[in-house]
Design a protein around this ligand. Structure first.
Ligand code: FAD
Length: 567
């Protein structure tokens, strides 16, 4: 009978969106909750994400004139996975995601808006939709957080205009792709930021939170409404069991090890293992490095997964990640994900043979698989590969940390992004190939063949721009087509692209209630997992924007429901 330092009903480990949803739901079902977070800020990757959630058959779809059903969504998911995983989690997700959202909207400060034009990632597959299922958080006023705003993980510069001003997804897209309305949108964002005078004197951080900061900010403020405690700088070290039941955790806090009792359950939401180099080497395809990930450096080191494994939990899909090609600017420890640039015209990705190997505008998750597949070819390197573009592209569009040339010409780029440290520029393709060590003939042939078709706006080799999804991030004003244009105007540019990720995907195997299963398929009493700590129900695929947070929040909600019903 060892002494407990604190006793509650539910302990939630981690403070991403799945964790905080689980905490709110547990509280609202009448349970005492404690959230413990390893970092000195809360929100995890969820806070720096787009905050989008993929909610099939959500209640806003019909209001917006769209149509969806559970059957359609389930069939889409099984079609893109390629089989029925058979564990019922697809059905559990589709049936409950919309309930989770309704619960949040009816009871908390979280608000979402369905995006009718944001296509599923495979809209042409049976059951896919041209929009609606991806939902974005509404902006959230940081004043609602009071002093807790200081402890919200700040969003990354990449999602802010000029590194300061918040943009929502629609504004970001208009600006990045130079879609119609580009100038008024830019001015509107700048005006809103600079005219917010009282706040400007207080902080350079934008008061209007968008994307993942809006989501986590709204969740945290809703926790404050309920006085749900959140301990920062309190990493979980171990799970505590009694008679094979999880009854608590050990955390480190203020230099001490504390024993925390969870009378009803522990929900692990410590993210994946993308920041753990040893685990990356053990499980993921190689080469692979923590710094290629777009997630916060040093945080998600697989702690929940290893703690579960130590109790005999089964893991699945450990070789998968939510892949996303990334670029690592000099001096940075965290990569920037190339979400948009690949779809813009006048660019291509090539391997060391100077050849294209994929549809560059495809969903980012596919590009990761493509890079590793192409890297298998004898004598060829595709992980990393090169993103090559011409002067017209450079002038019009951003690329990683490079602002478009019209806003930041080469001569005015910050020192750490100077030519040859980060990006390469040469007057001819031959010279560029030599500089980056790519086969010269290969690159010249590739560009020649691609250009001949791109002039007509087509890409017979990889069908770039054919899917509705490809065109979402294309430039609708491009004369040839939104995604394809010849690379013909020198100088020519290249940046190195790594096989990055936005989190790993494998983890503890869970059931329809988010219970962690052991190697015999039996639930480990008292132990639940959600988000990237659990093996994703999506297996290897990525159905649409928001397909990591949507399930993380849904299974967090379901974990709380099950703990309550099990009481
Ligand atoms: P996290 O949100 O990372 O939370 C895990 C938390 O656990 C962290 O705060 C961590 O510090 C903490 N922790 C770790 N170990 C311990 C421990 N031992 N004890 C206590 N706490 C611990 N997905 C979408 O669905 N939609 C999007 O729009 C989207 N946009 C993205 C944009 C970017 C740039 C990136 C990088 C990712 C994006 N993603 C998006 C992916 C998504 O953000 C992640 O998959 C998701 O946040 C993972 O949630 P999680 O709860 O598993 O982990």
């Amino acid at each position: 009978n060892k002494v407990w330092d604190k006793t509650v009903d539910v302990i939630v480990v981690g403070s991403g969106a799945g964790a905080l949803t689980a905490a709110l739901r547990s509280h609202d079902l009448g349970m005492r909750v404690l959230v413990v977070e390893k970092s000195d800020v809360y929100g995890g990757t969820s806070a720096i994400s787009g905050g989008g959630i993929w909610i099939p058959d959500n209640h806003q779809i019909s209001q917006l004139g769209g149509e969806d059903s559970e059957e359609k969504s389930i069939s889409y998911l099984k079609n893109i996975i390629g089989h029925d995983p058979g564990d019922g989690r697809i059905e559990a997700f589709v049936g409950n995601a919309k309930k989770m959202l309704k619960y949040l909207e009816n009871n908390t400060r979280v608000r979402y808006e369905s995006q009718p034009a944001y296509a599923d990632y495979y809209p042409e597959v049976e059951g896919g939709l041209p929009g609606y299922r991806s939902m974005d958080p509404l902006p959230f006023d940081a004043r609602e957080l009071g002093d807790e705003f200081e402890k919200l993980r700040p969003t990354t510069k990449a999602t802010l205009m000029l590194g300061r001003m918040s943009m929502d997804m629609k504004q970001a897209r208009v600006m990045l792709t130079r879609s119609p309305g580009f100038l008024p949108t830019t001015l509107k964002v700048m005006w809103r930021y600079w005219s917010d005078l009282p706040w400007r004197f207080k902080s350079s951080r934008d008061r209007l939170l968008m994307l993942g900061n809006a989501l986590v900010g709204a969740l945290r403020a809703s926790m404050m409404d309920r006085n749900i405690p959140l301990w920062l700088s309190s990493p979980m070290k171990n799970l505590i069991t009694e008679n094979d039941t999880v009854i608590g955790i050990e955390v480190e806090k203020d230099g001490k090890t504390l024993r925390l009792k969870a009378q009803k359950g522990v929900i692990l939401a410590t993210g994946g293992f993308e920041q753990n180099q040893a685990m990356r080497e053990q499980y993921l395809p190689q080469p692979s490095h923590t710094s290629w990930s777009g997630t916060p450096a040093g945080q998600n080191t697989g702690d929940g997964i290893t703690a579960g494994m130590a109790l005999g939990a089964e893991v699945a899909y450990m070789e998968h990640a939510w892949w996303a090609p990334s670029t690592l600017p000099p001096g940075e420890v965290q990569s920037q994900i190339l979400f948009v640039e690949r779809a813009l015209p006048g660019s291509m990705m090539v391997n060391s043979a100077g050849k294209r190997f994929c549809n560059e505008a495809a969903p980012y998750n596919d590009i990761g698989y493509d890079m590793y597949r192409a890297d298998q070819e004898e004598g060829v390197t595709a992980a990393p590969c090169w993103f090559v573009f011409d002067a017209r592209f450079r002038n019009r569009y951003p690329c990683g940390p490079l602002l478009p040339g019209y806003a930041a010409p080469d001569s005015r780029l910050p020192d750490h992004l100077k030519k040859d440290d980060y990006y390469f520029r040469e007057n001819t393709l031959e010279a560029l190939a030599e500089k980056i060590g790519v086969d010269k003939e290969g690159l010249l042939n590739t560009v020649r063949e691609y250009n001949a078709n791109a002039q007509k706006g087509i890409d017979p080799e990889f069908n770039k721009g054919k899917s509705l999804f490809d065109r979402y991030y294309g430039d609708p004003t491009s004369p040839s087509s939104p995604c394809n244009a010849p690379l013909e105007k020198g100088p020519f540019y290249a940046i190195k692209v790594n096989a990055g990720d936005i989190g790993t995907k494998g983890g503890l195997r869970t059931d329809v209630h988010a219970r962690v299963l052991d190697r015999q398929g039996q639930a480990i009493p008292g132990l639940y997992a959600t988000g990237n700590t659990s093996a994703s129900p999506m297996v290897q695929t990525y159905p649409g924007a928001g397909a990591t947070l949507g399930p993380a929040m849904t299974f967090g909600y379901l974990a709380a429901n099950h703990i309550k019903n099990d009481m």
